[in-house]
Design a protein around this ligand. Structure first.
Ligand SMILES: NC(=O)c1ccc[n+]([C@@H]2O[C@H](COP(=O)([O-])OP(=O)(O)OC[C@H]3O[C@@H](n4cnc5c(N)ncnc54)[C@H](O)[C@@H]3O)[C@@H](O)[C@H]2O)c1
Ligand SMILES: O=P(O)(O)OC[C@H](O)CO
Length: 333
C-alpha cells in the first residue's frame, strides 16, 4: 500500500510520520518547495513541528502529480474550507482506485457539507473509498510518540480494517467505526466547544465553568449527531468525548488558544496571531455547524454564542450573560 499525505502542516506531517513508523510506504506533499526541501534534507518540519525527528524514509514533494502518482491511499491534511478547491485542482491526478482519508475536523461553510461529503461530491468516489481519521490527537503529543488512540471511520468495515493496519504503531492505536457521520461531527463540534472553553478560561473562569461547557457541549453534539444520523456511542467514544476533553483541556489546542485570546479581550486578528497562523477550524465551523443545526431543527446555544462572538461582535462577558439568561429546562430532553 502506497500512501501520500497531502498537506505538510502540523497534523499532516505527524500522520505521515505515523504511517512510516507503521511500515506503510509514505510520501508527503508540501505546497512550498522550500518546505519539501527542508523535510528531505533535515528530516524535520521547521515550520510546523520544530524539534521533531521525522523518519528519513519520509520523502516530501511539492509537485502534485508526483505526490499522487501510484498512491493507493490519499490522506487529506488540508483545512476544511480549502479541501474542495484543492481536490478540484488535483482532480487530473486522482484515480478510481484511490482511498481517501480525511483528517480535517470541520464543516464546509458554503454548503454545510461534512468532509466525506465534499470528497464524494468532487471525486465521485463511493462511500467504500472514503474514510475519516478522528480522535484525541494533539499533533505535538502524537509526533513526540506519546501513546494515543484514534478512530478510523469508513462505511466499509473491511477498508477500515486495512487502514487500521496501515496507521497502527506502538504509540498510535486506531479503532475502526462504520459511523462516519458521528466521527466527523464529533471532530467538528468539539473545535467550537474548545473555543468556548478557551473564552471562559481567558476571562478567568475556573474548572466548574469548563466542566459545564464540556458537558453541555457534549449534549449539543449528541443532539446534532442524532438528528444527522450518528450513533450516540460514537459520540461517547474517542471521536466524541475523547477529542472534546483533549481539545478543551489542552493549551496545545489552537481552538482553545484562539478562544482564550478572545476571552482576554484580544481582537480576531490578535487571536489568529496567538495560534501562529495555524488553522483553528472552529472559527469558521461555528457558522456551518450552527447552520447545520438550524437545518435539523436542533438547539445549540453554545455554538450559537461562539458564532456571535467570532462573527457578530458579541463580547465574551455578554455571551456568558446570554447563555445564563436562557429559559430554565430539564437536563435531559
Ligand atoms: N494539529 C492537530 O493537532 C490536529 C489533530 C487532528 C486533526 N487536525 C485537523 O487537521 C486539519 C489540518 O490541520 P493542521 O493541524 O495540519 O493545520 P496547520 O495549520 O498546521 O496546517 C495546514 C496545512 O494546510 C496547508 N494549507 C492551508 N491552506 C491551504 C490551501 N488553501 N491549499 C492547500 N493547502 C493549504 C498549509 O500550508 C499547511 O500545510 C484540520 O482540519 C485540523 O482540525 C489537526
Ligand atoms: O489544535 P486544535 O484545536 O486544532 O485541535 C487539535 C486536534 O483536533 C485535537 O484532537
Amino acid at each position: 500500500m502506497q500512501a501520500v499525505v497531502m498537506g505538510a502542516g502540523s497534523w499532516g506531517t505527524t500522520v505521515a510520520k505515523v504511517l512510516v513508523d507503521a511500515g506503510t510506504p509514505t510520501r508527503i506533499w508540501a505546497r512550498r518547495p522550500e518546505l519539501a526541501e527542508a523535510i528531505n534534507t533535515t528530516h524535520e518540519n521547521p515550520d510546523y513541528l520544530p524539534g521533531i525527528d521525522l523518519p528519513p524514509a519520509l520523502h516530501a514533494v511539492s509537485d502534485v502529480g508526483a505526490a499522487l502518482d501510484g498512491a493507493d491511499v490519499v490522506v487529506l491534511g488540508v483545512p476544511s474550507q480549502s479541501l474542495r478547491g484543492n481536490l478540484v485542482e488535483w482532480s487530473p491526478h486522482l484515480t478510481d482506485d484511490m482511498t481517501y482519508v480525511s483528517l480535517a475536523k470541520g464543516v464546509e461553510t458554503s454548503t454545510v457539507m461534512r468532509m466525506s461529503e465534499v470528497i464524494a461530491d468532487v471525486t465521485g468516489a463511493p462511500a467504500q473509498r472514503i474514510a475519516v481519521l478522528s480522535g484525541p490527537n494533539l499533533a505535538k503529543e502524537v509526533a513526540a510518540g506519546q501513546p494515543a488512540a484514534t478512530v478510523i471511520g469508513c462505511a466499509d468495515e473491511q477498508r477500515a480494517v486495512e487502514l487500521q493496519e496501515a496507521f497502527s504503531t506502538n504509540y498510535f492505536r486506531p479503532y475502526t467505526n462504520t459511523d462516519v457521520v458521528g466521527c466527523e461531527l464529533g471532530g467538528a463540534v468539539k473545535n467550537v466547544i474548545a473555543l468556548a472553553c478557551g473564552m471562559a478560561a481567558g476571562v478567568g473562569l475556573g474548572q466548574n465553568t469548563l466542566a459545564t461547557i464540556i458537558t453541555r457541549g457534549l449534549a449539543e453534539t449528541i443532539r446534532l449527531g442524532m438528528a444527522a444520523g450518528a450513533d450516540v456511542q460514537t459520540l461517547a467514544g474517542l471521536a466524541g468525548v475523547g477529542d472534546l476533553v483533549a481539545t478543551c483541556a489542552s493549551p496545545l489546542s489552537r481552538n482553545r488558544t484562539f478562544g482564550y485570546a478572545l476571552g482576554e479581550g484580544k481582537t480576531l486578528e490578535e487571536a489568529q496571531a496567538a495560534t501562529n497562523g495555524q488553522v483553528a477550524e472552529g472559527v469558521k465551523s461555528c457558522s456551518s455547524v450552527r447552520a447545520l443545526a438550524e437545518r435539523h431543527g436542533v438547539d445549540m446555544p453554545l455554538t450559537d454564542a461562539v458564532h456571535q462572538v467570532c462573527h457578530d461582535g458579541l463580547t465574551v462577558p455578554d455571551a456568558i450573560a446570554m447563555l445564563l439568561g436562557r429559559s430554565r429546562k430539564p437536563e435531559i430532553r
